[in-house]
Write a protein that binds this ligand. Structure first.
Ligand code: SF4
Length: 465
């Protein structure tokens, strides 16, 4: 694991039905969703009869070029960017996952984590199923093929009725595109329209890039089927309380996206404003660690009247393949990404507005470089409460040991990072700033109250051989 990144999302999904440039649109859609997964990417397309695919490890820009895209024929396509939270980070786990059964080919792109995957996989293996990957997404395909004789729609209903947890999926057959989202609605998923075609995407920023018009979110628990005849919606589940992931607002989703009915940038700014109200402070300036802290910092400065400065400059060209330095050169690893501006920081009292502290190690190294640049006082304001509990719904902190706040007090974290003070936004403050009903969010990583309890033996490595 790299030591200079924040928590990571696991996946972004995209789908097109009814457009002559389906694969190219998917390529651009995946570009817009790259922040949701940087380990592998793939596109599968269909002419209505034949299926074409290209997937590999790496970034979208590294995997696809004109010649690979030209081979992805057809008016239907689905694509995926992945960061693994279940299953190894290896090429065979790249998505969309493809399987053929009874003359039908299926390709699935999944964002989320299934909390009963181990149990269902064991059951299927006992009945003779042979799995090709270690991904929980493959389980959905096996469940589908068991009921495919009932027709695709019924098979999807039966499959999703068995799985629990978080799933925002795009499923493609030779002649259909099917989008479905778990009844809790943990992860976002939206529907757009481009010319005569339909677009499905994890976030609206991907619709913007391909110039599709946003139509609506796929509802929690909804199955949406698009084929040459029409677009149909099935809602097979009894309605239940939604539990949107509030951390999508705080950190994961792109600020230019609208998710769960609100713009992410606006929510982040309100979180920053709320921090300023909860913790009045005197300082020479406030600053974010770009880019994720930028929007809460803007809100904090607007509310507090404290000037905003950029005390560190981000190098935008540090690629995924950056070779991590030896232990003795750790400052180099931090500085190559964020370099302090000494003339701005020297002899100043600074407020850092941060979106979250997960392990604390990255913050500690960053603060050390600010001290070396001459900062006199460093106070940190975090735009959410302490992360004390693991996430089982698709975020990469799935054990308590990975969370510094699970075993340490705020005072201890402050001392570990090397701060003069450390303040976390209160839970009521976060909810008020997020602006939706308290009951509509998952807050489990802050409260330990899980909307869906993971089944026995769940861990992010549950399927590793
Ligand atoms: Fe999001 Fe936290 Fe819930 Fe995971 S536990 S879904 S990160 S709010």
């Amino acid at each position: 694991m790299s030591f200079f990144h924040g928590p990571r999302e696991e996946c972004g999904v995209f789908g097109v039905f009814g457009h002559k440039d389906a694969a190219k649109l998917t390529y651009f859609g995946l570009y817009a969703l790259q922040h949701r997964g940087q380990e592998s990417a793939g596109i599968v397309s269909s002419t209505g009869k034949t299926i074409h695919e290209h997937k590999a490890m790496g970034l979208v820009s590294e995997i696809f070029d004109e010649s690979t895209l030209n081979k992805l024929h057809g008016h239907i396509a689905t694509g995926h960017v992945r960061y693994s939270t279940t299953g190894s980070s290896v090429a065979r786990n790249a998505q969309p996952f493809i399987a053929s059964h009874g003359g039908k080919t299926l390709a699935i792109a999944h964002n989320g984590n299934l909390t009963n995957a181990r149990e269902i996989r064991r059951e299927l293996e006992k009945k003779g199923s042979i799995f090709q990957t270690t991904m929980d997404s493959e389980i959905i395909v096996h469940l589908l093929t068991q009921n495919i004789h009932l027709g695709m729609e019924e098979a999807v209903v039966k499959a999703v009725s068995r799985v629990e947890g978080a799933y925002s999926c795009v499923l493609m057959t030779q002649d259909k595109l099917i989008a479905f989202r778990d009844p809790n609605g943990f992860r976002p998923l939206c529907l757009g329209l481009l010319d005569e075609g339909y677009i499905i995407a994890s976030e609206t920023c991907a619709l913007d890039l391909v110039e599709a018009q946003y139509v609506r979110d796929i509802d929690p628990g909804e199955i949406l089927i698009v084929d040459k005849d029409n677009l149909r919606s099935i809602k097979p589940f009894a309605e239940r309380r939604t539990t949107f992931c509030i951390f999508e607002y705080i950190y994961f989703a792109r600020p230019d996206s609208n998710i769960f009915g609100q713009n992410v940038y606006a929510v982040r700014k309100r979180l920053g404003k709320m921090l300023a109200r909860e913790f009045p402070i005197e300082a020479d300036f406030a600053m974010p660690f770009p880019d994720s802290g930028n929007y809460a910092a803007i809100g904090f400065c607007q509310e507090s009247g404290i000037p905003l400065e950029m005390g560190v400059i981000r190098n935008h060209y540090v690629g995924r393949t950056f070779i991590e330095p030896a232990q003795s050169m750790r400052d180099f690893g931090v500085k190559v990404k964020l370099n302090p501006v000494k003339d701005i920081l020297n002899q100043k009292r600074i407020v850092i507005v941060e979106d979250s502290i997960i392990r604390g190690t990255t913050s500690k190294m960053r603060i050390k470089t600010l001290r070396e640049a001459g900062a006199w006082e460093i106070h940190m304001m975090v735009s959410c409460p302490p992360h004390r509990y693991p996430c089982y719904y698709g975020i990469d902190f799935s054990t308590r040991g990975e969370l510094i706040a699970s075993e340490h007090s705020i005072e201890e974290i402050k001392n570990f990072i090397g701060l003069d003070s450390l303040c976390y936004l209160s839970l009521p403050g976060m909810l008020e700033a997020a602006g939706l009903e308290q009951d509509s969010f998952c807050l489990a990583c802050f409260t330990g109250k899980y909307p869906i309890k993971p089944k026995e033996g769940f861990s992010k490595l549950y399927l590793e051989s």
